[in-house]
Design a protein around this ligand. Structure first.
Ligand code: THU
Length: 138
């Protein structure tokens, strides 16, 4: 199943909706994410901030952890929208994407019409991942 324009537009639309649910009393910077799993399920996430700051969770990881905890471990595509002009996923989120979506498509969008498409490999080249640990097993 390839990613088509309908999937891309739907993911961006869902990410924009999720962004409005961001809980960001400290940064006031809203981010939304929507992902499609390999088995065709859609999950959304927003960033959630906490007054002691470090427990803050990015929108992408909220969406990914929702998918994993519901039993969907393979990410096919994820769209990210934020309050800046093309909000790119942070380094930590890229590593989490690597864990569950080595070949995932990343859509960085301003709107349904204005978006950029990447493969995870472009955003996190020469990455470390689960396979590295495999070579260390007895
Ligand atoms: N943020 C995300 O949700 N995703 C990113 O990839 C970048 C940063 C959030 C975290 C925090 O709530 C706010 O944006 C400002 O850093």
């Amino acid at each position: 199943m390839d990613l088509n324009k309908l999937d891309i537009n739907k993911l961006i639309k869902k990410a924009l909706e999720a962004k409005e649910r961001a809980y960001v009393p400290y940064s006031k910077f809203k981010v939304g994410a929507a992902l499609l799993t390999e088995d065709g399920e859609l999950f959304t996430g927003c960033n959630i901030e906490v007054s002691s700051y470090s427990p803050t969770l990015c929108a992408e990881r909220t969406a990914i952890f929702k998918a994993i905890s519901e039993g969907h471990k393979k990410i096919k595509a994820i769209a990210v929208v934020g309050d800046s002009d093309f909000t790119y996923p942070c380094g930590v989120c890229r590593q989490v994407m690597r864990e569950f979506g080595k070949d995932a498509t990343i859509i960085v969008a301003n709107s349904e019409e204005d978006y950029r498409i990447y493969k995870l490999e472009e955003l996190l080249p020469h990455s470390f991942g689960p396979e590295d640990l495999e070579s260390n097993k007895e």
